[in-house]
Design a protein around this ligand. Structure first.
Ligand code: GLY
Length: 317
């Protein structure tokens, strides 16, 4: 990355990353006179208010088309920074420097940028790609086990939908699989950036996964995206078995990877009802049926399958 071609460089990060890594980041890339924009972080900060704060700083320091915004952080930072940069003066350059495994293999390379609005996740946003994504595993060294596992959850998804070798990923070897995961995501996104067709396969496990994540957030139960998606994939595989004849062997293979990576969600009846309630609200539903991505076989995802709500419950366990 040629940082020197920019007159002004802004770095967006949250408080945690600022304390852990910001000075090291600036030193590592030999950046001079950067303007830091430090925000609180977390999903709650994906608001118009935070975007305004970023824009205020850009205006105050007279950012223009020769300026660069570096989004240094996890998925939230990439989402919000990408959105702020894309709208500022109809778009200035931004790059993503993901600091979590999940962001490296998912948000940083997807080109989806946005904020939550009126309580609806990612309601406002744009599809626009960063000038570059800089992947440096150094930043992962301060990530806790649970957050590594969250990234592994998404990597297992690539194992099921695109390359079965990725099902061998675990906490010891994940760094060997990062590049492959990124290339799978980039390839899919390059064919359908706006999610009209093939990109939908990236939502494998997400119908139940997103619903579980929303329920847990509402309940104030600590959770991660990857854990919820890993559970959602388990349910989607069971449905795939019944509806598309997916072999038991694939399910067993996944269950082995799921358990060996320490995934173990337990959902009780109350939570199952709440998950179904959330699935009912999914904007992808059609004709009173929930949208699922299912697997015909390993590496053979099928999207836009609509399953009646009443049939879903028995697969969520
Ligand atoms: N994480 C789903 C997508 O990027 O489309």
């Amino acid at each position: 990355m040629k940082f020197s071609r920019y007159d002004k460089i802004f770095i967006l990060c949250d408080k945690k990353v600022a304390a852990l890594w910001l000075p090291e980041f600036v030193r590592y890339y030999g950046l001079k006179k950067t303007i830091d924009i430090v925000i609180k972080g977390g999903e709650e900060c994906k608001t118009l208010r935070t975007v305004e704060k970023i824009w205020r700083t850009l205006v105050k320091h007279e950012a223009d088309s020769n300026s660069l915004l570096i989004n240094f952080g996890g998925g939230v930072i990439c989402d919000i920074g990408g959105f702020a940069a894309s709208c500022y003066q109809r778009g200035i350059d931004f790059i993503n420097v993901p600091t979590t495994l999940l962001a490296m293999v998912d948000a940083a390379v997807g080109g989806k940028n946005g904020i939550n609005f009126k309580g609806i996740k990612n309601k406002i946003g744009v599809v626009n790609f960063p000038k570059e994504v800089i992947v440096n595993k150094l930043w992962l060294s301060t990530l806790d086990e649970r957050n590594i596992r969250s990234g592994i959850g998404e990597m297992l998804k690539y194992g099921l939908i695109a390359d079965k070798n990725m099902l061998n990923v675990n906490a010891d070897n994940y760094s060997d699989y990062i590049e492959k995961a990124i290339s799978i995501k980039k390839k899919i996104v390059s064919r359908d950036a706006k999610d009209h067709r093939i990109r939908k396969i990236l939502n494998f496990g997400h119908t139940v996964g997103h619903a579980l994540e929303a329920v847990r957030i509402e309940e104030g139960v600590e959770t991660t995206h990857g854990e919820c998606v890993a559970f959602g994939m388990l349910c989607a595989l069971r449905i795939s078995h019944d509806i598309l004849g997916l072999s038991e062997e694939v399910i067993k293979k996944y269950e082995k990877a799921y358990k060996s990576n320490g995934f173990s969600e337990h959902v009780d009846n109350d939570e199952i009802a709440k998950i179904i309630g959330k699935i009912h609200q999914d904007k992808k539903n059609k004709n009173g049926r929930a949208m699922f991505v299912l697997l015909g076989d390993i590496e053979k995802p099928i999207f836009d399958l609509h399953i009646p709500f009443s049939d879903i419950e028995r697969y969520i366990y």
